[in-house]
Design a protein around this ligand. Structure first.
Ligand SMILES: Cc1ncc(COP(=O)(O)O)c(C=O)c1O
Ligand SMILES: N[C@@H](CCOP(=O)(O)O)C(=O)O
Length: 432
């Protein structure tokens, strides 16, 4: 598979180069030249596969000959070696729980896949690679965990100071010596802008071999399709007559973009809903046609506090930049913190299911969209234990810590302050 740069289509690379570079010239994202199309016969076969084999079949065309089959099989089986259960919240609302990996959020799949691919490519590399990553909460922890002690790889995580939960902060600031956390006095969009600018800077690129572990990197973005294929397998076992509506809590729009990619390949979905919090650039754009990214606001679903979502350009590319066609398949809505809190309470009281704030945004949006007897799935992107401050205050309960959270809470954070200023970031990187 070849990938072209959306901002500079003459830049064409293979999977290995896209993974190593992270981002193309002119801040362009790489995009697959062709999308695999599965027939109904292929879909039947995919349904019957164990998850490791399904993951291999889906990822193989995207990786092409960049990684030998036996290595890719090993990478995908290590990537998906935990559960992805589809649970009923009540009679007709389901949740695909994506938080059973090591850092308790859906980012583990992409981070594990990418770290292993880069580890493989790096074997022939004599130079260290520096992975830059901006996080609003969960990517940082997952990338830190995925890249811990990977030979020849150093990771620099930028996160917005005071705007991530305590658990998220500990996950990204208490890691092995090849991981460094920079605490930025700004918001996620400031962090993301610094990372993107670094890729275009000659001095930094002369000094360090850079890549990104955000979903701008195809090796982080593409494996996120697997959730939708797992949902399809589980859904088919429920023998419903219709394809599901799928509602995705959305921030940087990498997850839902991967879902739409799976759908374009043939996976049946009735409709997608991109559920946002008050950072509503995309809902407003789809409503009015004007793309205006306001200042990012802090919400209780902090990992979705993104006002300039990187992957929206890829979603448009999937629809050949035709917004009308996109709107037939995807709706995007904004849900306030007040409504999110009400949903957490109602679902806990009525259904005894504990939603985290991100899934609660999605549940609210799904409920608004569906009629009473319709069916739908939300993606459960993080475990509620990552947000005890919000949930305990709201429900008056104490959330039980899992063993890994207990260990984490005994550690102390290690971070370096950084102003949201490119020159300060550049000088930090040039000293490394
Ligand atoms: C818990 C959680 N939910 C939802 C999102 C939004 O996902 P995406 O950025 O792929 O839209 C994130 C961050 O990525 C997250 O950490
Ligand atoms: N919500 C994310 C923001 C970055 O998204 P990514 O998928 O592009 O890495 C986070 O948790 O950091």
């Amino acid at each position: 598979m070849k990938y072209y740069n959306i901002n500079k289509p003459e830049e064409i690379v293979d999977f290995k180069t896209a993974c190593i570079k992270g981002q193309g010239a002119e801040k362009g994202l790489f995009f697959p030249e062709s999308i695999p199309a599965y027939s109904s016969q292929d879909l039947e076969e995919l349904l019957a596969l164990p998850k490791e084999e399904l993951a291999f079949k889906i990822m193989k065309p995207y990786v092409g000959s960049s990684i030998p089959d036996e290595v890719l099989r090993q990478i995908v089986s290590e990537t998906v070696n935990f559960d992805f259960p589809l649970e009923a919240i009540n009679t007709n609302r389901y949740i695909l729980e994506l938080f059973h990996g090591p850092t308790l959020a859906f980012k583990d799949v992409g981070a594990r896949f990418m770290s292993r691919c880069l580890g493989y490519f790096n074997k022939e590399n004599t130079r260290d690679t520096t992975v830059l990553v901006a996080t609003s909460g969960d990517t940082g922890g997952a990338v830190a965990n995925g890249f811990e002690n990977v030979t020849g790889v150093k990771v620099v995580i930028l996160y917005p100071s005071g705007k991530v939960s305590n658990v998220q902060e500990l996950q990204l600031t208490t890691c092995a010596s090849n991981i460094t956390a920079l605490e930025v006095n700004g918001d996620f969009d400031d962090c993301q802008a610094l990372v993107k600018q670094a890729f275009g800077d000659k001095d930094i690129n002369g000094h360090l071999q850079l890549t990104s572990a955000n979903s701008i990197n195809v090796a982080r973005w593409l494996p996120q399709q697997l959730y939708y294929w797992f949902a399809y397998q589980a859904w088919s076992r429920l023998n419903k007559s219709e394809a599901p509506v799928i509602c995705v809590p959305s921030g940087n729009f990498g997850n839902i973009c991967a879902g739409i990619l799976a759908h374009i390949s043939g996976m049946p979905v009735k409709h997608f809903i991109a559920a946002c919090n008050s950072n509503d650039t995309i809902p407003r754009f789809l409503e009015s046609g004007s793309y205006i990214a306001n200042k990012t606001v802090a919400t209780i679903s902090n990992a979705m506090d993104v006002s300039a979502p990187s992957n929206f350009v890829r979603i448009l590319e999937l629809y050949h930049q035709k917004v009308m066609h996109l709107k037939d398949m995807m709706t995007s809505v904004s849900v306030s913190d007040d409504r999110t809190k009400t949903t957490i309470k109602q679902v806990y009281e009525n259904d005894r299911y504990l939603l985290d704030p991100h899934a609660a945004v999605a549940y609210t949006a799904l409920n608004d969209y569906l009629k009473a007897d319709d069916w739908g799935i939300i993606l459960g992107t993080a475990h509620p234990v990552k947000f005890p401050e919000t949930i305990e205050a709201l429900l008056g309960i104490e959330i039980e810590w899992s063993e890994n959270i207990k260990v984490l809470r005994e550690r102390s954070k290690q971070s370096t302050f950084l102003a949201p200023d490119f020159e300060a970031f550049k000088s930090y990187l040039l000293k490394r």
